[in-house]
Design a protein. Structure first.
Length: 428
């Protein structure tokens, strides 16, 4: 065979490198696993384990926060010792084991710990491979993170429909078991498609002091302040599977043609709309970029946080006018339309921002720092969630709007600082 033929680059899939499809499908099944268990968690604690709503919300927040704390260590371990591929394999295996261990009520907290530890190795290392599929000047690179984010939400869309239904109809542990099988499928996809993935970056020696160059340090303060704003944002944002799910069970009329829609299905609305809206959002940004008018990352993120605040104000007005009567599912649908469009402007954009500004050799660690901000926000969301009973639905949704609105203003105020830091970084 002609050597020139064997050296020809693989044909792209859907206009992107084949490795993006592998990472997309791996992430899809991992998120099917993660959100399948998460869809059941708050109801499992309240209905089966007999926790109060306040305690269940606090545990939920601590757990969802913990899965974003462990990546800061997982990213460092991968950058220094394991490498990204081995970290993903070990982390995925621990997560699958944790889902299966949930079959025992006595091992509830150890199972959550296993999932959190496995997620720490898995979460920062998979998205850090996305950017390495492209040249630094490839125009497809920026939009690739939004496409990858569709994989996140496709798994999150399927998870409540499958795992939630199995858990509600056939028993909690059947739903948790299905989540574990999803993680196993994700690992299989990753292994089978490994040849399409970028090679691991050279690892820093464990004994070396790995220090970014001085020009890279100029970006540390702006990124730290962005992360703090994201902490505030997530303390208000991260309630769709927690207090919002509790409110929906008690206050939403789920009857549809004689069929009572399982309450876990409502958690599929957010990822469904991510899946539907992402192509339009990305194409809009691409057209704006062609005209030289694409908003900066922090402008997008500020807009997104403001949109989430607006969605909560909609619920606050609804709860105030309706009182204790049940509301139509159409209102919940409208809430998730606004909530999801806003989310697309902040979460994937922030991930891409941190990945783009990571110093050489620190890719997984910097992305882990993004997830560390998610840890702080999710942990605080559990504390905030304890206020649902004291404030009532209307007052509680106003509180969530205030938190996300404050984050929007903070992100907007940081635009000049980040712009100057990037200009100095690029000029060095």
């Amino acid at each position: 065979m002609d050597a020139s033929l064997t050296a020809r680059p693989p044909t792209p899939w859907f206009g992107h490198p084949r490795g993006l499809v592998v990472l997309f499908l791996t992430e899809m099944w991992e998120k099917f696993s993660f959100y399948g268990m998460k869809a059941l968690l708050i109801y499992y604690m309240i209905r089966h384990l007999q926790f109060t709503q306040a305690d269940a919300s606090l545990i939920y927040g601590a757990y969802t926060g913990g899965v974003y704390l462990t990546p800061i260590f997982g990213g460092y371990i991968a950058d220094r010792w394991l490498g990204r591929r081995r970290a993903i394999q070990i982390g995925g295996s621990l997560m699958a084991l944790g889902h299966f261990v949930l079959a025992s009520e006595a091992l509830f907290f150890p199972a959550l710990l296993l999932i959190a530890l496995g997620n720490g190795l898995f979460l920062p290392n998979l998205p850090s491979q996305v950017g390495d599929l492209y040249d630094t000047q490839d125009p497809r690179r920026g939009g690739s993170y939004n496409i990858y984010y569709v994989g996140v939400n496709l798994g999150a869309l399927l998870a409540p429909l499958v795992c939630g239904t199995l858990g509600e109809v056939y028993g909690w542990h059947v739903g948790f078991g299905a989540a574990g099988l999803g993680m196993c499928l994700g690992l299989a996809v990753y292994q089978l498609g490994a040849r399409h993935l970028p090679p691991d970056r050279p690892r820093m020696p464990a004994t070396a002091t790995a220090t970014p160059e001085r020009r890279d340090l100029r970006l540390v303060l702006p990124l730290l302040l962005v992360a703090l704003a994201v902490v505030v944002f997530r303390s208000g944002y991260e309630h769709s599977g927690n207090t919002l799910a509790v409110w929906a069970e008690a206050h939403v009329d789920r009857g549809l043609g004689g069929f009572n829609v399982p309450v876990t299905w409502m958690q599929s609305l957010n990822p469904l709309f991510v899946f539907l809206f992402t192509p339009f959002v990305v194409s809009g940004w691409r057209r704006a970029a062609a005209r030289g008018r694409e908003p900066s990352p922090l402008a997008k993120m500020s807009t997104g946080a403001a949109g989430v605040a607006l969605s909560y104000l909609m619920l606050a007005a609804l709860a105030f006018t309706q009182g204790d009567s049940r509301v139509s599912m159409g209102w919940v649908l409208g809430f998730f339309v606004v909530y999801t469009l806003a989310e697309l402007y902040i979460l994937p954009v922030g991930l891409g921002l941190f990945a783009r500004l990571a110093p050489p050799g620190w890719g997984a660690t910097v992305i882990a720092a993004w997830f560390l901000a998610s840890f702080g926000g999710n942990l605080l969301s559990g504390v905030v969630g304890r206020q649902l009973g004291a404030l009532g639905p209307a007052g509680f949704f106003v509180l969530l709007a205030a938190l996300t609105g404050a984050a929007s203003l903070a992100l907007l105020s940081l635009r000049p600082l980040l712009r100057r830091a990037e200009a100095q970084h690029n000029a060095a």
